[in-house]
Design a protein around this ligand. Sequence first.
Ligand SMILES: Cc1cc2nc3c(=O)[nH]c(=O)nc-3n(C[C@H](O)[C@H](O)[C@H](O)COP(=O)(O)OP(=O)(O)OC[C@H]3O[C@@H](n4cnc5c(N)ncnc54)[C@H](O)[C@@H]3O)c2cc1C
Length: 291
Amino acid sequence: MRVHRAVVQSVTDLVPGLRRLVLGGDGLADFETTGVGDEYLRLLLPDPGEAEPRLPVATETWLDWPEGVEPCALRTYTVRDWDVDRRLLTIDVVLHAGGVAAEWARQVAPGQVCGVNTPSGMYDAPDDLEWQVLVTDLTGLPAATRILRQADPRVRSRLVVEVPGVAQRFSDEIPAHVDVEWITGGNGVGPSRIEQVVRGLEWPDGIGYLWVVGESRVLRGVRKHVRHELGRPASAYKVVAYWTEKVEEWNARWEALPEATRTELEQLWELDLPEEEIEDAYYARLTELGL
Ligand SMILES: Cc1cc2nc3c(=O)[nH]c(=O)nc-3n(C[C@H](O)[C@H](O)[C@H](O)COP(=O)(O)OP(=O)(O)OC[C@H]3O[C@@H](n4cnc5c(N)ncnc54)[C@H](O)[C@@H]3O)c2cc1C
């Protein structure tokens, strides 16, 4: 794990509400990519009006701040591109209403400073992949686009993107061979149809992979369908919550839980069990607790 200081090089609006930031500077000299299409990192942000974020130090596995230093805000973003020759890191940020990161990205200009850590990836399609289906809202479009650009064009690829409105159909970078469908909704502006889309999917024969990302409650329904109703093995799909609607309310309810319950839930992640089994137990308990 490393922490890198990064300087904003350019800011471009790809479509209304989706802003591309290219980061560079000497701090990225030793940045290393995993090469995985959906690799993500923590964007480490300055307080509003401050020039520098209070960057953490990297421990072997996570981030730590010296005693007495208040942690800076951090949010998760996809490495849309890493230009290894020019040492330039591209991140595409959804400019949704509210939010520390979205507000920072709304005002950011070249020369401003942030931090990033070492990325890790989750997309893990089987070898000899024959088909894949990617379903996402706008937050996952950067990852889906990179996955598709990196995939062998012989893989039959289908992409369904739920966007807030027709203005956000950013298709310029999606490879031409991909079968793309745009739907409107979700994204904090209306009910999401992602679960309905996944429930209506036809699963082709052959070696395939389903990758679904979006809002966390929507994805709980998707995961239930794929894992428990269809009984797909963990190697055949990845379902990842990228954000939580009304996260402030969720956080307040989490903080209101007895400390022992929070510890019990946190300790589930340390069990020596397959990740999917831990997720089963974790989400079942959250549901019981009304979270
Ligand atoms: C692995 C991974 C990769 C990700 N990659 C990207 C990426 O490349 N680009 C990207 O834009 N996001 C990405 N996200 C999602 C991003 O981390 C969240 O949207 C995050 O909550 C944004 O932080 P914030 O400070 O703007 O808002 P927060 O402080 O987290 O939330 C503030 C308010 O905004 C709402 N909110 C948060 N995100 C959204 C949203 N997308 N739409 C509508 N309302 C929202 C919350 O419900 C809350 O009410 C990724 C997340 C993960 C886990």
